[in-house]
Design a protein around this ligand. Structure first.
Ligand code: IPM
Ligand code: SF4
Length: 468
């Protein structure tokens, strides 16, 4: 019987142990940030140990840095975590992306941008959204602090092989519908735990047609579907993306030859399998307090049939029967490792069309990395956002997690391009509505959620009138 992509990558990394039990696997890349690495470093220090493979470890500050003035870190704990990472990287010989430098950004942006994220690798990070890197055909997953220490000391990890879940996605997306909508749709349809215990693989013509950025958005949210590992087989787009990047393989053509073997064989079988057609998929907006509490645009919010829904309505101050258009938006946040890549900002800007942010809306763009920020500035994108009335910030996790001074004010409804809408996620009593960057930007200029598909049609018919 053939092998799945996950089987193939797993197999080449097993050092010890029997299948069905915990196995020791080799880790090719360990990404670290300031929040979950201090404990591991401290233990090494106490035990007088070194890092087993400092050259396979890369570090960046992302969660704690402010985005208005990165040099003015007001919060004492944030200052301490940043300083601690700097000291640890120095002491243990780990490459830290310069604070404020071109390579700094959210950890899940930095790996791909450097070309350190590669097909066939095993990649870990003390961060739950590590499967983002799986978009390149890597086995990438989040680990806990004690595991961070284990990888520091040994460059290996004991893990039980997961079952596999194949997710075939077919059909052409309508204009105004994005990969964010696909993943929100999957989570809504099958539930936030559906992927638990599985390594999930996305494939199908829709996935083939997605850019690397759009694929990363889907893998990023795999964990919100329950899957610790999410993968997409590498293809020409993957190689093209990686070519020429600083940490891409020197013998690039040879690497590509190997990468070309990384796909699920025709006769391989997944332990579980689902198939969706997205041709008629509408854009998504979440109304509740889990990523599963979302709906296609225009659909009425459900009856409060259980305690969770009741509680969500109470927290969000919304009710059954309303639609996304009824949400009293006051804030728009474009940012995070889910949707703050260059393509996201380009796509969002298409909806600005010379319009202004509505008077009652505060709108902020936080690029996911400094590279994205610089590129967007060079392209004139930043000016478009600023002229429309958006704030244009320094890169970082920002209000995705609100550990850094950036919060959504209490009780405000925020259209957010992030991945989590839990109670208080973006600040105490903040109300998060997950959506695509296009949806968020359009909401900013319209003053409320508006169907991204219709906006295009409106403009098209407008153009038709004037060109007639
Ligand atoms: C702070 C960090 C450990 C956390 C994670 O694990 O994902 C954060 O990045 C998040 O998105 O909630
Ligand atoms: S941007 Fe948000 S989801 Fe991504 S790593 Fe930072 S806090 Fe976590």
């Amino acid at each position: 019987m053939g092998k799945t992509l996950y089987d193939k990558v797993w197999q080449t990394h097993v050092l010890a142990g029997e299948e069905g039990e915990s196995q020791l696997i080799y880790i090719d890349l360990h990404m670290i940030h300031e929040v979950t690495s201090p404990q591991g470093f401290e233990s090494l220090r106490t035990e007088g140990r070194h890092l087993r493979a400092p050259e396979k470890t890369i570090a960046t500050v992302d969660h704690n840095n402010p985005t208005v003035d990165i040099w003015n870190v007001e919060d004492a704990l944030s200052r301490q975590q940043i300083a601690t990472l700097e000291r640890n990287c120095k002491d243990f010989n780990v490459e830290l992306m310069d604070y404020g430098g071109a390579d700094q950004g959210i950890v899940h942006m930095v790996g791909p941008e450097l070309g350190a994220t590669q097909p066939g690798k095993t990649i870990v990070c003390g961060d739950s959204h590590t499967a983002t890197h799986g978009a390149f055909g890597a086995i990438a997953f989040g680990i806990g602090s004690s595991e961070v220490e284990h990888v520091f000391a040994t460059q290996c990890l004991w893990q039980k092989k997961l079952k596999t879940l194949g997710v075939k996605v077919t059909g052409e997306l309508q204009k105004g519908v994005y990969s964010k909508d696909i993943i929100l749709h999957l989570i809504h349809t099958y539930g936030a735990d559906f992927g638990a215990g599985y390594a999930m693989e996305f494939f199908g013509d829709t996935i083939d047609n997605l850019s690397m950025e759009a694929r990363m958005t889907m893998c990023n949210m795999g964990i919100e579907f329950g899957s610790k590992v999410t993968m997409i087989a590498p293809d020409e787009k993957t190689y093209e993306y990686l070519k020429g990047r600083r940490k891409a393989p020197v013998a690039f053509d040879e690497a590509v030859e190997y990468w070309q073997t990384l796909y699920t064989d025709e006769d391989a079988e997944y332990d579980a399998y689902i198939e969706i057609d997205v041709s008629d998929l509408a854009p998504y907006v979440t109304w509740g307090t889990t990523p599963a509490m979302g709906l296609e645009f225009g659909e009425a919010f459900p009856e409060a049939s259980d305690h969770n829904i009741e509680r969500a309505y109470e927290y969000m101050e919304l009710e059954a029967g309303q639609t996304a258009e009824d949400i009293p938006l006051e804030y728009v946040f474009v940012g995070s490792c889910t949707n703050a890549r260059l393509e996201d900002l380009v796509e969002g800007a298409k909806y600005l069309k010379g319009r202004k942010v509505a008077d009652h809306i505060t709108a902020v763009v936080v690029p996911g990395s400094r590279r994205v920020k610089l590129e967007a500035e060079a392209m004139g994108l930043a000016d478009q956002y600023i002229e429309a009335g958006f704030e244009w910030r320094e890169p970082g996790c920002s209000a995705c997690i609100s550990m850094n001074g950036d919060t959504i004010p209490p009780f405000m409804h925020c259209a957010s391009t992030t991945n989590r809408n839990f109670e208080g996620r973006q600040g105490p009593n903040s109300r998060t509505h997950l959506c695509s960057p296009a949806m968020a930007v359009l909401a900013a200029v319209k003053g409320k959620f508006y169907d991204t598909r219709l906006d295009d049609q409106e403009v098209k018919s407008h153009e038709a009138i004037y060109s007639a």
